[in-house]
Design a binder for this molecule. Structure first.
Ligand SMILES: Cc1ncc(C[n+]2csc(CCOP(=O)(O)OP(=O)(O)O)c2C)c(N)n1
Length: 357
């Protein structure tokens, strides 16, 4: 069976001279997308500050520049769907509906964090929203996504799992094994490559034998597509198609979302680094996903400067509240050191069975 290649790009301008006025539904949707992306941006800016003064320890990878991918993808999921991702996970956790308080407290290593303060930046986790991490091993979570897809199908559900990862993971054996099994067994998994062009300091062209990396799915006869990852509406359109296919046909999809990180790989490397030029960074900054949606909304008459300012003020206050909450939350007690490390298979009260449902 031949598979169609989707090329979801921003739609061409309509031929009609006057576009229809924005409906309430459009206005509401666009405001919620803008709100989600701007919350992530303001949150990550404060994370950079918190890291610099030692509130956040360990590794810390910011998501600034890539917000359209998380927002466009996760705004389409149902509450009972699942998602799994890499260490660049703060923004995605917020987009999935975790509270800024629980994400910030996790970053500060405090008990009120979503993983009890023991996961930190790279290991956000929240069972209630089907947020299955936050994983530090490149490509390590792809087999888990395939396993969750299998579990969904085995139980007869119609949920989906979205699995997000960077383009460097496609050169990892786990990528190929996971895609092969998902295609062979027809599992409801949506694999999303966040192609931000660099794996640490290595450009994608220096690491991958092909540049159109979504075409790797052709090896597994899998539906595939390339998406403008800076355009949140294009991301939503592509995800809509993939989610429908996963729910109704239980078929997997691989989407390559072309995006760009505006900051360094992690807080330990400079914003532009030696591996990319300032001119290149400046060029990509012109395609800031928040600015693109904002311009679109202004053109459609759904956003004014005043509403934008009010939203920004409100979100900054929410992030400040998260910071204050995190700072007031205690560190985990020493007795909790070994909790949730091993499954207790010896007692009836252990959590070996039904660990997630
Ligand atoms: C298996 C493995 N190898 C190497 C590393 C070290 N490492 C951490 S991040 C990274 C780059 C990954 O780049 P990409 O997958 O494109 O994601 P991005 O950081 O750009 O979001 C590497 C090599 C790791 N964490 N896991």
């Amino acid at each position: 069976m031949a598979k169609r290649t989707t090329t979801a790009k921003a739609s061409p301008k309509p031929a009609a001279p006057v576009a229809a006025a924005a409906s309430d539904a459009e206005r509401t949707l666009h405001m919620s997308l803008l709100r989600s992306m701007l919350l992530q941006r303001r949150f990550e800016e404060r994370c950079a500050e918190a890291y610099a003064i030692g509130r956040i320890g360990g590794f810390c990878h910011l998501y600034i520049g890539q917000e359209a991918v998380s927002t466009g993808t996760l705004s389409h999921l149902r509450p009972d769907d699942y998602m799994i991702t890499t260490y660049r996970d703060h923004g995605q956790a917020l987009a999935r509906g975790l509270t800024p308080r629980s994400v910030m407290a996790e970053l500060f290593g405090r008990v009120d964090g979503c993983a009890g303060g023991k996961g930190g930046s790279m290991h956000m986790f929240d069972k209630a929203t089907g947020f299955l991490g936050g994983h530090g091993i490149v490509g390590g979570h792809l087999p888990i996504a395939t396993g969750v897809g299998f579990a969904i199908k085995y139980r007869g559900g119609d949920q989906v799992i979205c699995c997000l990862f960077g383009e460097a993971a496609v050169n990892n054996g786990a990528f190929h094994e996971s895609l092969n099994m998902a295609a062979l067994w027809k599992l409801p998994v949506i694999f999303i490559i966040e192609n931000n062009r660099y794996g640490m300091g290595t450009a994608v062209e220096r690491a991958s034998a092909i540049n159109d990396i979504y075409q790797r799915a052709s090896s597994y006869d899998m539906h595939r597509g390339v998406v403008d990852g800076q355009d949140v509406l294009a991301v939503r359109a592509a995800i809509d198609e993939a989610v429908t296919r996963a729910r109704t046909e239980q078929s997997p999809t691989l989407l390559e979302m072309r995006t760009y990180r505006f900051m360094g790989h992690s807080m330990s490397d400079a914003v532009s680094g030696t591996y990319r030029s300032k001119a290149e960074l400046d060029e990509y900054l012109k395609r800031d996903p928040i600015a693109l949606l904002r311009a679109h909304m202004e053109e459609r008459g759904t956003l004014t400067e005043q509403v934008m300012q009010e939203l920004d003020t409100e979100l900054k206050a929410i992030v400040q509240d998260a910071w204050d909450f995190a700072e007031a939350s205690p560190e985990p007690p020493l007795e909790a050191l070994m909790e949730n490390v091993y499954v207790d298979t010896t007692s009836d009260t252990g959590n070996a069975a039904g660990a997630w449902s």
